[in-house]
Write a protein that binds this ligand. Structure first.
Ligand SMILES: Nc1ncnc2c1ncn2[C@@H]1O[C@H](COP(=O)(O)OS(=O)(=O)O)[C@@H](OP(=O)(O)O)[C@H]1O
Length: 365
């Protein structure tokens, strides 16, 4: 059955006959009203679309959902998958260069709470891995999440700090990039480093020497002069040695140093300093970071979001190291620490044990 088609009647000039609008649509309908309605509808569409794509002055209006920082991962990392309009993958503005076991994961997790910071989800290993580096900056960019142009992008690869070729490679990439280094008591860091490798090897059914066997040269006496500086867990704690290489390419003002021991005690204090360094407003709220008695560390609880602690690979129990050996190692680190204090123009409360003893004595007296 064919449907009867009745076109809107027009006169020879193609105009609606007088009274058609009124009789067919509404008693108040005039040609002027129709034009006004079309103009209003077009303007409203432009208004709503511009708000929702995140470029307009009415961002966060009730017309569209809250502007997202980034598309949920992992989808946005995959090529060709959808992402919000006006978001792009951009190279990082800031790199957390280390140090391994310094507290880098906790730091980047805290920073990720800031609405103006977007962090790469994994360690990228671009500047220290020859295979990745040879893929070029376009590959590096593709590892970054999609973000709006006003966000600060941060990646962390803790191995960068100790790799000789990385400072000039980063400088070559950007001489103005901001760098963050988080350090903690060198002996605790070395034992933490050892503990991670030990756990991995034991998990693979392999053997692992005691820390003392690795930290000192062969059969020789356990003394300051016989510390094996080439043992990676010890070597990575020689902060002044590694920092010197960075200072050949970057000024100290470009490298913000986070006190990792203080960050364990008072994360908000350290994070405020990072917000300043990144020229960002202080938006990370104190009550988003709470101490968890069971974990023994702070965990995060941003508004309306899930409570999260770092997984069990962070905050591992360290093996006991003989106190005499600890004293020797603390003496060994002492000149390196002093040199680090001189380079940075700051002091840190190392050796931690000494400071804790002092604090306990003060408390008891
Ligand atoms: N909030 C919170 N939760 C858990 N752990 C914390 C936290 N803040 C700092 N730390 C310390 O971070 C140490 C691990 O450092 P990294 O994250 O830099 O390790 S890694 O290099 O990425 O493997 C980890 O070292 P270990 O204690 O030896 O496991 C912790 O001491």
């Amino acid at each position: 059955m064919s449907v009867k088609y009745s076109p809107v009647p027009t006169n020879d000039a193609g105009e609606l006959p007088q009274g058609w609008c009124r009789s067919q649509l509404h008693p108040n309908c005039t040609k002027r009203n129709i034009i006004a309605l079309v103009v209003i509808l077009s303007l409203s569409s432009v208004f709503i679309i511009s708000a929702c794509v995140g470029t307009s002055w009415i961002q966060n209006s009730h017309f569209c959902p809250e502007k997202p920082k980034v598309i949920p991962l992992p989808h946005s990392r995959k090529k060709g998958l959808p992402h919000y309009p006006h978001t792009q993958r951009r190279l990082p503005d800031c790199i957390i260069i280390g140090v391994r076991k310094g507290g880098t994961r906790a730091l980047i997790n805290y920073l990720n709470l800031h609405p103006d910071i977007v962090t790469a989800p994994e360690e990228i290993h671009f500047f220290d891995d020859q295979q990745n580096y040879s893929k070029g900056l376009s590959w590096y960019r593709r590892q970054m999440p999609y973000t709006f142009s006003d966000k600060v992008i941060i990646e962390k690869t803790p191995n960068y700090f100790v790799d000789d070729k990385v400072p000039w490679r980063i400088h070559n990439f950007s001489s103005s990039v901001k760098l963050i280094l988080i350090v903690r008591d060198p002996l605790y860091r070395a034992v933490s480093d050892y503990t991670q490798i030990r756990e991995r090897r034991l998990g693979q059914g392999l053997e692992m020497e005691e820390f003392e066997e690795l930290a000192f040269n062969g059969e020789e006496e356990v003394s300051v002069d016989n510390v094996r500086t080439q043992y990676p867990a010890i070597n990575r704690s020689l902060y002044s040695y590694h920092l010197t290489k960075w200072l050949r390419y970057f000024s100290l003002s470009q490298i913000h140093i986070v006190d990792g021991d203080n960050m364990v005690r008072d994360p908000v204090q350290e994070i405020k300093k990072v917000e300043n360094f990144l020229s960002l407003e202080h938006k990370i709220q104190k009550d988003w970071i709470v101490f968890d008695r069971t974990k023994g560390f702070h965990c995060v609880k941003p508004d309306n979001k899930r409570y999260r602690c770092l997984n069990k690979t962070k905050g591992r129990k360290h093996p006991r190291i003989d106190p005499d050996v600890r004293d020797i190692l603390n003496d060994f680190f002492e000149p390196w620490n002093q040199q680090f204090f001189n380079l940075t123009g700051r002091t840190f409360r190392w050796p931690k044990e000494k400071w804790e003893k002092k604090r306990r004595r003060r408390k008891n007296s």
